[in-house]
Design a binder for this molecule. Structure first.
Ligand code: PMP
Length: 431
């Protein structure tokens, strides 16, 4: 039924008018023309199971009926006016989001992308503490703007420009690949590295520390139990604020909790959200305490689209959909079924080095040798391309590009999970 531009014409126009650095992802790119919940369709009407959710963004499902109805209603009423004019939608949304936050995290700032949100979090931490230095982790991704490119610690995303002045990267607390893999107390060992970094690289007082609750782009790395709690104590002892980047792990995806940091037993000072917050609509947020928010009142802070009526109505509809559809519980249930079956696949395929993650945020670390853990980069690309040919879209991540990332819309069913496992089994067998 697709009557739009043919694939070749779309590719020609992209090549002519869009950045030459634009990724097309697959060897033979897939053109997507329609989405319905966890499924996507190409121009020929071929169906794919979406195992990557537009990079962990389509949290509730493509064209989710409840979110669409709210969006249509708001489109008919008022799309945009900016927050200089009071409107009920941003007020409702601020309350709905704050109601999901633990403790005194009750003040919301709405922006349009994860990079913008992390820029703002950094500004807040610096203004509030009066300190400058920020600690981030190696293998993290926090954005591609000038300041967030500095926070990001994957050389692949860094251009040769001055960036991230005052940002220092601690050892990545990776239980599988990190230098303290196999250590009897990796949480303390990695937290101590943060302490040493503060002592060696900063004046001793810092603005803050930022970490994802589970690393996304880095390949679904889950930190050793207790690491974040120990690190937060160290950061606070040096005057810093703790920033949780929940861009990928938030909104119920990890299954056991609404926020990824909750399963680590920590309470951040600033929480950054994007992607899943809008189910595909460009929306992002920073939530903090009234005390920290007060530090931003000395000058005007304004964002044209941030918190506009349409964005706010959609954001609230996403929160409602996650609750009404039971998506957090579904992530827990389907995610643990999927993870168990993937672990089972490791018995058959020696290429699988580790299956990790929580809920519907999973990664399969592929290795050419289980002892050396040498990354199976080429094999990962082959599995990932083959899965697409078999009707499953998945992501790829990790510094070496050897981790298959599974982060589907949270409406994934048990049958979909079984299909994923069957496709990956077949792809691993074929390559
Ligand atoms: N933080 C994390 C954890 C991310 O994964 C991303 C995007 N991959 C960002 C921030 C930046 O978001 P955006 O692309 O919307 O700027």
């Amino acid at each position: 039924r697709y009557t739009g531009l043919p694939f070749e014409e779309v590719m020609r126009l992209r090549q002519e008018h869009l950045t030459p650095a634009l990724l097309t992802y697959y060897e033979k790119p897939v053109m997507l023309v329609e989405g319905k919940m966890q499924y996507l369709f190409d121009e020929k009407g071929r169906r794919y199971l979406d195992g990557f959710g537009g990079i962990v963004t389509v949290s509730c499902g493509h064209s989710h009926p409840g979110i669409l109805a709210a969006a249509h209603d708001q489109l008919d009423t008022l799309v945009h006016a900016t927050t200089i004019y009071p409107n009920q939608e941003v007020a409702f949304y601020g309350k709905a989001l704050a109601d999901k936050m633990p403790g005194d995290l009750s003040v919301c700032y709405f922006v349009n992308s994860g990079s913008e949100a992390n820029d703002l979090a950094l500004l807040m931490a610096r203004l509030h503490t009066g300190n400058y230095d920020l600690i981030a982790l190696r293998n993290c991704y926090h954005g591609g703007s000038q300041s967030t490119m500095g926070m990001t610690a994957h050389g692949t995303w860094k251009f040769n420009t001055p960036q991230g002045f005052g940002i220092h990267h601690a050892l990545n607390p990776d239980p599988y690949r990190g230098p303290f893999a196999g250590h009897d107390d990796p949480a303390t060992a990695y937290a101590n590295d943060v302490k040493e970094l503060i002592q060696f690289a900063t004046p001793g007082r810092i603005a803050g520390y930022i970490a994802e609750s589970i690393q996304g782009v880095g390949g679904a790395v889950v930190f050793p139990e207790g690491y974040l709690a120990k690190t937060y104590d160290i950061v606070r002892a040096h005057g810093g604020l703790c920033i949780a980047d929940e861009v990928q792990a938030g909104f119920g995806r990890t299954g056991s909790h609404y926020w990824g940091f909750e399963s680590e037993g920590v309470q951040p000072d600033i929480v950054v959200m994007a992607k899943g917050i809008g189910n595909g609509f460009p929306l992002a947020a920073v939530v903090t305490t009234p005390e920290i928010a007060a530090s931003l009142t000395s000058h005007i802070h304004f964002n044209t689209y941030g918190g506009n009526p349409l964005a706010s109505r959609i954001g609230r509809a996403v929160i409602e959909a996650i609750d009404n559809d039971g998506l957090q519980a579904n992530s827990a249930q389907v995610g643990s079924h999927l993870k168990d079956k993937l672990i089972g696949l490791a018995d058959k395929h020696s290429l699988i080095g580790q299956v990790r993650g929580k809920g519907l945020m999973l990664g399969i670390d592929l290795v050419t040798d289980r002892t050396t853990k040498a990354p199976a980069t080429a094999e990962c690309a082959a599995v990932w391309n083959k899965a697409k040919d078999l009707g499953l879209l998945v992501g790829k991540g990790g510094l070496a590009g050897n981790v298959i990332r599974l982060k589907p819309p949270m409406c994934l069913t048990m049958e979909d999970a079984d299909f994923m496992v069957a496709v990956l089994d077949e792809a691993l067998t074929q390559i």
